[in-house]
Design a protein around this ligand. Structure first.
Ligand code: FE2
Length: 250
């Protein structure tokens, strides 16, 4: 039987672009597609932890696995923070509808306690206050994963639905890109995103737009930043060029 990979057990989200089967996307659908790509990066990371947690034993492997898990937590936090402080207020202003994204903010609250407890456990292991237990690690994930997946999945049609309003999507793309360039942690988050961006996803139709940086920047990240925490990216589902690889601890 083939080894399990990062497209399960939690389901990835199909993009609006794929569902359109070659028809042109509206600006709202483009934004929703990009959001689904980002959400799938987070889901692949969560799947990699669920699939590999039980087989990580050696202290050096545990250390790398905790760096991996902590990067995932930071990436999830950073994603939701940028939505609550930048993207959602922008949508409220553009649509003129107060609270239009409140359902999404409420969903953030639905998994934040579980996520905090998970992050606290990772910190305790890193400080060597407790020994790593794969069982406990997976229990903590199971306490929030269904809430998180529901939220990540439901946010996509919410964004597609903004297509009926007059939203300045060009400005939205600019503020989100500016923020990402400023906020991204090059040592950890950028390598994390690169090694979770499956280049073959949905038949490779997103290769032309993702990852969203120039070829030269990609080369620089691969040469300088990815090697810094190379041990952690062993747990990733892809190499730094987005090519799928097998999960060593699955
Ligand atoms: Fe999101």
């Amino acid at each position: 039987m083939a080894k399990a990979w990062a497209d399960g057990p939690l389901p990835l989200i199909p993009t609006p672009r794929k569902l359109l089967e070659g028809k042109a996307q509206t600006d709202a659908e483009k934004a929703a597609t990009e959001m689904a790509i980002v959400h799938n990066i987070l889901i692949r990371g969560l799947n990699c932890m669920i699939l590999q947690a039980g087989n990580v034993k050696e202290p050096s492997d545990v250390r790398d696995f905790m760096t991996y898990a902590q990067t995932w937590v930071h990436t999830v936090h950073e994603h939701h923070k940028s939505e609550e402080t930048i993207a959602f207020p922008f949508f409220e202003k553009e649509t003129g509808e107060n609270g239009i994204m409140n359902r999404n903010i409420d969903q953030h609250k639905g998994f934040s306690l579980g996520l905090d407890l998970f992050a606290a456990y990772i910190n305790e292991i890193q400080r060597e206050e407790v020994d790593y237990s794969g069982i406990k690690f997976k229990e903590l994930i199971a306490a929030f994963d269904s809430h998180l997946i529901k939220h990540l999945t439901e946010e996509i049609p919410t964004i597609t639905g903004l297509g009926k309003y007059k939203v300045n999507w060009k400005q939205y793309n600019k503020i989100m890109t500016d923020h990402a360039v400023k906020a991204a942690d090059r040592d950890r988050q950028v390598p994390f995103v690169m090694t979770h961006s499956d280049d073959s996803f949905e038949g490779g139709i997103h290769r032309d737009t993702w990852p969203p940086f120039p070829w030269l920047a990609g080369q620089m990240f691969r040469l300088i930043y990815v090697p810094k925490h190379e041990g952690a990216w062993r747990f990733s589902p892809c190499d730094a060029r987005g090519r799928r690889k097998s999960l060593p601890f699955a």
